[in-house]
Design a protein around this ligand. Structure first.
Ligand SMILES: Cc1cc2nc3c(=O)[nH]c(=O)nc-3n(C[C@H](O)[C@H](O)[C@H](O)COP(=O)(O)OP(=O)(O)OC[C@H]3O[C@@H](n4cnc5c(N)ncnc54)[C@H](O)[C@@H]3O)c2cc1C
Length: 460
């Protein structure tokens, strides 16, 4: 089988098949020179423990029968037909590669950024290396109440010396060293009971050296439906968030000394437009009120507007999948059309041998571990189809590696990645960092040349 994408869902799909079909041949294709998807390019660099899940993925990659092809992109180097002609089954595990914009007037002004771009930039994603973020103003606003919003706020505020030992990209570390940002406001349309961030992420602001966390008393109020949510068993995470937010609300704004940095959590505020002459100077917000029944509350504008002066705005309003060519896609949900991981067209007709898992299947939700169950479901569907004789025999008998060589694709195998991995750790150690990520293609090439006995092409 072929798996496209080597993020968590791709590796968990491989693991699930390996468990059920010993000796199965799996080819995994990854567009970048490094595996692990958002574990490498999304998870914040100061969340080092979470990154240790890559050891599980390395074990999966090391099992006989699995070949990893780095620097091979579906749609650029290989097409879907190349795969369906050569494999019994193809599993798409390409994640959610795009992000949603605020979609308000002024959104395109310098100083208006996508949180997803900022995250990819500080994590050393090759596609985002060229970006520049103007951190010369004192106040930044992050729009969104999820964990990614909190990651962005924390990276903006955390003492740079604490980031310096992580695997954060050096270009980002340098920019953050010169950052003038002192205050970050995290705003969202709904109330504290509806915020999507987890208690663990929120609690980090209690411990952040030199950073004071604040909430306004008048925004820590709850209507009847919100009180019901908080008292329900399903409201456990939100209840614990509210306990913390109450602690933050005890802090008076004038308690923050001029040398200190601060974060302010703001609720029931909808972004309306970005103002400024040549660049962002303020975000106009409308106060909102919650409507609807418990656990389904939306927000509506109240007609009360105000201006929040700021120099940078980071929109953290969600990731979305990108349609792979010739695969049925639900544009509204930005996910591949499927039933239990089996790809189907608009009328529900199965696309033989095509499956999906992870964020491209269910959208951008859940933690790394959520992808394990998701992939187990997809693999169960695939194996049921195999048993039912629904998977056709591949038409082409040649090896995909030969096709890639014929096309002049400089692909990497997992041994090459392991050498790059060791190289990154070694170069990082010299400056006290967990690793110094190789970001650009020419750096990857040079590193491979520097490591004795390496080759740019697959050796298997
Ligand atoms: C900013 C951020 C922070 C997060 N932090 C945490 C956290 O702290 N803890 C936690 O548990 N979860 C966290 N998550 C969630 C977690 O990262 C996701 O659940 C998980 O990565 C989704 O896995 P995936 O395999 O579906 O997608 P991805 O991880 O995105 O992997 C997809 C892979 O497919 C590759 N690919 C894409 N298109 C192609 C193509 N055409 N050809 C070949 N390869 C392709 C990509 O390069 C990538 O390697 C975070 C997510 C984000 C966005």
């Amino acid at each position: 089988m072929a798996i496209i994408g080597s993020g968590p869902s791709g590796f968990y799909a491989a693991e699930a098949v390996q468990k059920k079909v010993p000796g199965v041949a799996i080819d995994m294709f990854e567009r970048l020179h490094a595996p692990y998807g958002l574990v490498r390019y999304g998870v914040a660099p100061d969340h080092e423990k979470l990154k240790s899940v890559t050891k599980v993925f390395d074990m999966v990659a090391g099992k006989p029968g699995l070949r990893w092809f780095g620097q091979v992109e579906l749609g650029r180097d290989i097409q879907l037909e190349d795969l369906t002609r050569r494999y019994h089954a193809v599993v798409l595990a390409t994640g959610a590669q795009a992000s949603r914009r605020l979609g308000i007037p002024g959104d395109d002004k310098p100083g208006s950024y996508n949180a997803a771009d900022f995250v990819a930039w500080y994590n050393g994603h090759p596609d985002f290396r060229h970006l520049q973020f103007d951190l010369s103003g004192e106040t930044a606003v992050v729009v969104g109440h999820g964990n990614v919003a909190l990651d962005v706020a924390r990276i903006l505020l955390k003492p740079v010396d604490e980031l310096a030992s992580t695997e954060i990209a050096s270009h980002a570390l340098e920019a953050l060293r010169n950052s003038k940002v002192r205050k970050v406001c995290v705003v969202g349309r709904r109330g504290p009971a509806q915020a999507k961030f987890t208690n663990k992420e929120l609690a980090e602001f209690e411990q952040l050296a030199g950073v004071t966390a604040m909430v306004r008393d008048d925004e820590l109020t709850f209507n009847e439906a919100s009180r019901f949510e908080l008292e329900s068993p399903a409201g456990d995470e939100a209840r614990r968030n509210v306990v913390l937010l109450r602690k933050f609300s005890d802090v008076a704004a004038d308690a923050v000394s001029p040398n200190e940095r601060c974060i302010e959590f703001r609720f029931c505020l909808a972004p309306v437009r970005l103002e400024g002459n040549d660049e962002v100077e303020a975000l106009v917000l409308e106060r909102t009120a919650l409507t609807g029944s418990a656990f389904q509350q939306g927000s509506r504008g109240t007609g009360e507007f105000f201006l929040m002066p700021c120099h940078a705005v980071f929109a953290s309003v969600g990731y979305k999948g990108v349609a792979p060519a010739n695969v049925p896609f639900d544009a509204r949900a930005a996910t591949v059309r499927h039933v239990n991981g089996r790809i189907v067209d608009e009328s529900g007709v199965q696309q033989p041998g095509l499956y999906c898992t992870g964020w491209i299947k269910r959208g951008p939700s859940g933690v790394i571990g959520t992808n394990r169950n998701d992939s187990v479901e997809t693999v169960a569907t695939l194996l049921a189809d195999l048993q039912a004789g629904a998977l056709g025999e591949p038409a082409a008998g040649d090896d995909i590696a030969d096709l890639l060589r014929d096309r002049g694709v400089d692909f990497l195998d997992f041994q090459a990645w392991s050498r790059l991995d060791a190289f990154e750790k070694q170069t990082g150690a010299r400056s006290g960092k967990a690793r110094e990520k190789l970001v650009q293609r020419h750096e990857v090439r040079a590193a491979l040349q520097a490591v004795a006995g390496s080759s740019l092409t697959c050796t298997t």
